[in-house]
Design a protein around this ligand. Sequence first.
Ligand code: ADP
Length: 403
Amino acid sequence: MDKKDMKILVLNAGSSSLKYQLIDMATEKAVAKGVCDRIGIDGSLIEQKCGDKELVIKENLATHTDAFKLLLKALVDKDKGAIKSIDEISAVGHRVLHSGEDFKGSVVITDEVIKICEKNAPLGPLHMNANINCIKSAMKVLPGKPMVAVFDTTFHSTMPKYAYMYAVPYDAYENWQVRKYGFHGTSHKFVSGEAIKYLKSIGAPHARIITCHLGNGASLAAVKDGKCIDTSMGFTPLEGLVMGTRSGDIDPACVEYIMNKTGMSISETLNYLNKKSGVLGISGISSDFRDLTAAAEQGNERAKLAIDMFVYRVKKYIGAYAAALGGVDCILFTGGIGENVKIVRSRVMEGLEYLGVEFDKEKSDNAPRGQTVELQKPASKVKVLILPTNEELVIARETLALI
Ligand code: ADP
């Protein structure tokens, strides 16, 4: 079969969920999208969309194996499915959180690869255990089907050592691999790759790109000649920007102080920084920018502060990465906030003329959704883009390339 005619099943497992897309590589479009939710919890179900056909099945899903079996059943459903037989699935691409330092790119999954993932599970236990579970389930249910692991971290494996090291005693790195890894790699890879193609096509410089992935989780990457040289997330996704519910950068000494004041344990305190902080913690309203912008417009001071802090942190990182790259040719916005929240784009771009940015607020405020759009004025030395991300497509492309 021509590789182009293949269909790739992309899986993204969380601890109690399993998201999936079946991507037709001829069109690079999803022919079915779905999610198994509440795995191992009461009320589990699958919801699938296939064109305009919607399918919901409520069924007890005790494990990821149950979920995987049910999603295959949904995909081949006679009335509301996308394919006639599971033989039409050529391969499975798994999103895997962490590569540790063992992989520099995506890999075909073997028993050895699973062992290495198990060794690296302590680097991100919640997601890694779900990812490994999902891989094992898929291998059990579809033995012999080619499977590929695509890691959230490997795009950042090109960072120079002075950028990824933390200045703690060297043993912590040598013995326990304590360092910056970075996440959202599939998104930063996709949008920087698409930006390079686009900039080349219009004859614009493309060597120095800053990618701003602003979603519920948010991170920036500095990309030089297509390779990541720095990124804002760290050992875990907690470092860097102010996010929906994560604090981003904070003096680690605050942890002990907060623990002493509240009596929380270390894991409760990390949960506080990961789940209760960010724009949610500051506003006390919501982690969602739709709610925050509405509240700010009504004069809510803490919602305004949360947006100010979010914007300021992005701007600081842009300045830092412009310095790391020795200037900037393109700044691009992606993710739910980057693609949709115009006030964030215009506030981040305010005052960046010193970098050669001439931002066109009109264009940004009226940008059509779901496509690559230029947001700069003609005189701007720097291109400013909205470029919708598509992490599932990267996983499908990488899977296709390796099978
Ligand atoms: P993640 O994949 O990290 O969960 P997304 O990239 O989907 O997050 O971004 C989610 C966030 O994007 C939401 O919390 C919301 O603040 C914002 N968002 C998404 N769509 C819109 C929209 N149409 N208008 C305003 N904000 C939006």
